[in-house]
Design a protein around this ligand. Structure first.
Ligand code: HSM
Length: 293
């Protein structure tokens, strides 16, 4: 395998505008949001604590992005919980703005939800907020890649932020899909950065088991159409390759031999399958449901 250095390559997260473009393309070409929404709508009410008199149900969303999944969670829970307090942690200004406009557009439906907006990282929130405030539900959806220390984050949320009987829901890429194989093979050759951890569901499972925290675990099959990386629209293909490798401009910055190896590996059955003339990346997800004992 190529031992080309990764000195010139920069992590995609150092270029937030480009990251947002790659993420939009990813969402358009994958069914990730649909799969998560379906799971939330069908399941979330079945494991969160029941309403208590007229008390507000409290939610902490970590890395909520532009709020689509949060909206789903809120509208599903509103049937059981007439009053909701929703604390949002999201460091990206653009994403937070989109979330606020989403709420504006659904103001009537969300009239009994009180929002507490925190434009900051999870780490800053943990330092600056009172540990007296605990939540009935905490959700961490596709974000543990971006914290300094996933183990410390999970423990902080479970031990210090969740009410007894409250539930922590983590949605993350599964070790059954293509991400795990790709990161195992190429993670060391891609730019290492404290802005992104190449971790999959296995690492989360190990953390929970190490600390004897009980959990339930569900697999959600998901796909991501990466055909444009090979033929079709080259500009979109380049954005997708950036999202996949987490490199800013992979096609112009990565050594050619590394590009070839990544593209070949993406075509292998470890990562993808062929459907007619499409190349479908295995974007399987894993949900962890953790009730505070
Ligand atoms: N960028 C980490 C992998 C991923 N994120 C999949 C969302 N879906």
């Amino acid at each position: 395998m190529s031992d080309s250095g990764s000195k010139q390559m920069r992590n995609l997260y150092t270029n937030p505008d480009r990251y947002m473009k790659t993420f939009q393309e990813f969402l358009r070409l994958s069914n990730e949001h649909q799969v998560m929404s379906e799971w939330i709508t069908a399941r979330i009410t079945t494991f969160v604590p029941a309403a208590q008199n007229d008390k507000s149900f409290s939610i902490l969303g970590i890395g909520s992005g532009s709020g689509e999944m949060d909206l789903n969670i809120l509208t599903s829970l509103m049937k059981q919980h007439p009053k909701i307090h929703n604390c949002v942690i999201e460091p990206n200004h653009q994403q937070m703005d989109k979330y606020r406009s989403l709420v504006e557009r659904h103001r009537e439906i969300l009239k009994n939800v009180n929002f507490d907006w925190n434009e900051q990282t999870m780490e800053n929130y943990a330092h600056s907020s009172s540990k007296q405030t605990r939540f009935d539900l905490i959700h961490v959806i596709q974000m543990l890649y971006y914290v300094d220390d996933p183990e410390a984050t999970i423990l902080e949320l479970y031990q210090n932020r969740l009410k007894v009987g409250g539930v922590l829901v983590i949605i993350h890429v599964s070790d059954d899909g293509g991400w795990d194989k790709l990161w195992q093979k190429f993670g060391k050759l891609l730019p290492q950065s404290d802005q992104c951890n190449y971790i999959t569901g296995r690492a989360i499972q190990q953390i929970l088991e190490k600390h004897k925290i009980r959990y339930e675990n569900r697999q959600l099959p998901s796909y991501f159409n990466i055909t444009d990386c090979f033929h079709g629209n080259q500009e979109i293909g380049n954005l997708l390759l950036d999202f996949i490798t987490e490199v800013d401009n992979f096609v112009s910055e990565a050594p050619e031999d590394l590009q070839k190896e990544v593209l070949n590996y993406l075509l292998s059955e470890d990562c993808s399958c062929k459907e007619d003339d499409k190349i479908i990346f295995k974007n399987d997800l894993q949900v962890f449901i953790i009730t505070r004992e």
